[in-house]
Design a protein around this ligand. Structure first.
Ligand code: SF4
Ligand code: SF4
Length: 57
């Protein structure tokens, strides 16, 4: 499962724009996963410039 580290995220929005499932929501400086939509492709993890995206098994 994808997890966002809020303390590292600078709200650049890159992960939101690359997610093919529209599974990431950026709202009022909080990044959130819509887990039902996520298919685990990890694109968000690869593009995050500050490594704020992690995978927790
Ligand atoms: S793993 Fe893929 S589908 Fe899931 S939130 Fe990241 S980019 Fe979107
Ligand atoms: S790409 Fe990384 S820093 Fe940018 S909004 Fe997503 S989690 Fe935050």
């Amino acid at each position: 499962m994808i997890v966002f580290r809020q303390e590292l995220c600078d709200h650049c929005g890159t992960c939101v724009s690359v997610c093919p499932q529209d599974a990431i929501v950026l709202y009022e400086k909080k990044i959130q996963l819509v887990s039902e939509r996520c298919d685990g492709c990890r694109r968000c993890l690869i593009v995050c410039p500050v490594r704020a995206v992690e995978v927790q098994e």
